[in-house]
Design a binder for this molecule. Structure first.
Ligand SMILES: Cc1cc2nc3c(=O)[nH]c(=O)nc-3n(C[C@H](O)[C@H](O)[C@H](O)COP(=O)(O)OP(=O)(O)OC[C@H]3O[C@@H](n4cnc5c(N)ncnc54)[C@H](O)[C@@H]3O)c2cc1C
Length: 459
C-alpha cells in the first residue's frame, strides 16, 4: 500500500532518493521474514546511513503517525519484522561499522546493522571471543540479536545475547537518542533501561549502536557425537553430564526424523538406526577439556549410546557440528512449508516434552522433526507442512495450541529465543499473566505514546 506522497517526499529528502524503495518488485523481498506463511507489503523500505537519519525518520513517522517496523536481516522466526501496510520498513543494514575493539576492557562497539559473524570474526582477530552464535549468524544483525535476545548453540555455558550487552544507543519513537550502559563491569545507577530494550522486538525503540562484552578465547575444544536407540537414554545422558558438574558449551540433540533429513542433505555419515543424536562440545583449558570429554564419553556409554565419535581434528569437529547447524535447512527441503517452534521447558521435563510433541503430531496427522538445545531445555519442533492445504494448516494451529499449553503447564515458556512477534502473541497472556501484561502495555505506552513502533506485534 502507498504512503502519503508528502511522507514519501520527506523520506527521500531525509535519507536520499536512492535509499527509499517504493516499487512493488523492490518491496517484495521485505514483505516477509524467516517465519512461514506471514506476508505483507510495506508502504516503503528506507535505508538510513547513521543515527541522525534514523532519528529524523522517526521524528517524521511520529509526527505523521506512520507505523515503523525496524528490520535487520529479516531472519526472525516469529514474524517480528513483518511490515505493516502503509508503514515504513526501517532497514538498518547500512549501519554496519565495527567502531572499536577494546582489548583492555574486553568490549566491542559496533553499529546495530553489523552482521553477527563479522562481530565474531573481529573478536577472534583480536584473540577474543564473542560467544552468542545463533544458527543464522552469517546473516542476522547484532541489532536483531539484541531485539530478540537471541540464543545459540553455546547458550548452555555462555548464556544468550543479553549476557553480552553492556551498552546500547537507542532512538526513541519521537526521535530522541538515548545511550544506556558503559564499559564498567559494575553499574547500578538507576533502573537498568539497557535490559528493557534487550528482547523488546522493535516495540520500544530502534537500537542503532551496541557495546558488547567479549571474553578470552577458550584455548581448546572437543567435539563429540553420540547416538541413542531411545530418547530417554539421550535425556538421561544430558542430566548425568550436568549432575556431574560438567557444563558443556554445546549440548544439542536431533530426533530420528531430523537425523534422516540431515544425512540426506549433508551426507555426514550419521547412523540412521537411532532415535536421538547428541552433539556435545566442551571448551576451555586443554587439560580440563580432555578430562571433561573423557567423562562425557563414559556417561554416554553408561547410558547405552550406540555410535560414539570424538572429533580428531578441527575439520572433523566442524563436520560433526554441521549435523546440528544444518538441521533447519535439511528439514526445510522436504516440505513446501516449514514451521519451526521454540518451546522451552525445565531440563527435567525435556524427554517428556519431546514425547508429547511426537504424540500431538501423530494425533493431528502431522509430520514433525524435533531438534534443539537439549542442555537449555529449548526444543525446535519443526512441522513439515504445506500452507496451501487449509485443513493441514488448521491441524498445525491446533497442535501448537496444545504444545504451548503443555510448555506453560510444565513451567516452561512459549519461546526460548525466537520471540513473540506476531506468531505467538495470542499465547503471551497465558504465560505472562494479567499484572505483567499490564506493566508491559504501560511501559510501551510511555516509550511510544502514539504506537508507531512495530504496532500489532508482541501484544
Ligand atoms: C536458519 C535460521 C537459524 C536461526 N537460528 C537461531 C538461533 O540459533 N537462535 C536464535 O535465537 N534465533 C535463531 N534464528 C532466528 C533469527 O535469526 C534471530 O531472531 C535473529 O536475531 C534475527 O536477526 P535479524 O537481524 O534477522 O532481525 P530481523 O528478523 O530483521 O528482526 C527481528 C526483530 O527484531 C527487531 N529489530 C531488528 N533490528 C532491530 C534494531 N536495530 N532495533 C530494534 N529492533 C530491531 C525487528 O523489528 C523484529 O521484531 C534463526 C533463524 C534462521 C532463519
Amino acid at each position: 500500500m502507498a504512503l502519503a506522497d508528502s511522507v514519501l517526499s520527506e523520506l527521500r529528502r531525509l535519507v536520499g532518493p536512492a535509499q527509499v524503495l517504493t516499487l512493488a518488485e523492490d518491496l517484495i523481498p521485505y514483505s516477509f521474514d524467516g517465519t512461514a506463511v506471514l506476508r505483507q507489503l510495506p508502504g516503503a523500505v528506507v535505508f538510513p546511513a547513521d543515527t541522525p537519519q534514523v532519528s529524523a525518520v522517526l521524528q517524521l513517522a511520529n509526527r505523521t503517525r506512520t507505523p515503523v517496523v525496524t528490520r535487520g536481516s529479516g531472519t526472525g522466526l516469529s514474524g517480528g519484522s513483518l511490515p505493516v501496510a502503509e508503514g515504513i520498513v526501517l532497514c538498518l543494514v547500512k549501519l554496519n561499522r565495527i567502531l572499536e575493539v577494546d582489548r583492555a576492557n574486553l568490549t566491542l562497539h559496533c553499529e546495530a546493522g553489523t552482521v553477527t559473524q563479522a562481530v565474531s570474526e573481529a573478536a577472534a582477530a583480536a584473540g577474543l571471543f564473542y560467544p552468542p552464535d545463533p544458527g543464522s549468524m552469517r546473516i542476522s544483525t547484532v541489532g536483531g540479536n539484541v531485539a530478540e535476545n537471541s540464543g545459540g548453540l553455546r547458550g548452555l555455558k555462555y548464556g544468550v545475547t543479553r549476557n553480552y550487552v553492556m551498552g546500547l544507543e537507542v532512538v526513541l519513537a519521537d526521535g530522541e537518542v538515548l545511550w544506556t550502559g558503559n564499559k564498567c563491569v559494575k553499574d547500578v545507577a538507576g533502573y537498568s533501561t539497557r535490559d528493557l530494550f534487550v528482547g523488546s522486538e522493535g516495540t520500544l525503540g530502534v537500537i542503532t549502536r551496541v557495546l558488547l562484552r567479549l571474553i578470552p578465547k577458550p584455548a581448546a575444544k572437543r567435539t563429540l557425537v553420540a547416538t541413542f536407540a531411545r530418547m530417554d537414554e539421550a535425556a538421561q545422558t544430558v542430566s548425568d553430564i550436568i549432575a556431574a558438574g560438567i557444563i558443556p558449551c554445546t549440548l544439542e540433540f536431533l530426533d530420528r526424523t531430523t537425523i534422516r533429513c540431515v544425512e540426506d542433505y549433508a551426507k555426514i555419515g550419521l547412523p540412521l538406526d537411532c532415535e536421538a543424536l547428541l552433539l556435545m562440545e566442551t571448551d576451555g583449558h586443554p587439560a580440563v577439556v580432555e578430562e571433561e570429554a573423557e567423562r562425557m564419553v563414559a556417561i554416554a556409554r553408561r547410558n547405552g549410546c550406540g555410535d560414539l565419535r570424538v572429533a580428531q581434528s578441527e575439520e572433523e569437529a566442524t563436520r560433526l557440528a554441521s549435523a546440528r547447524r544444518t538441521a533447519f535447512a535439511a528439514l526445510a527441503r522436504v516440505a513446501p512449508t516449514t514451521i519451526l517452534e521454540d518451546i522451552t521447558v525445565p531440563r527435567s521435563e525435556l524427554a517428556g516434552m519431546v514425547r508429547f510433541v511426537a504424540a500431538v503430531a501423530e494425533r493431528h496427522r502431522l509430520r514433525v522433526g524435533t531438534f534443539g538445545h537439549m542442555g537449555d531445555g529449548n526444543l525446535h519442533p519443526t512441522f513439515l507442512t504445506d500452507e496451501r492445504n487449509a485443513d493441514e494448516m488448521h491441524r498445525v494451529e491446533e497442535a501448537f495450541k496444545e504444545l504451548f499449553a503443555e510448555a506453560i503447564r510444565l513451567g516452561g515458556t512459549i519461546t526460548g529465543e525466537h520471540g513473540v512477534g506476531l506468531a505467538k502473541k495470542a499465547f503471551l497472556p497465558a504465560q505472562a499473566g494479567d499484572a505483567q501484561m499490564r506493566v508491559m502495555r504501560e511501559l510501551r505506552r510511555v516509550l511510544d505514546p502514539h504506537g508507531i513502533l512495530n504496532p500489532g506485534k508482541m501484544f
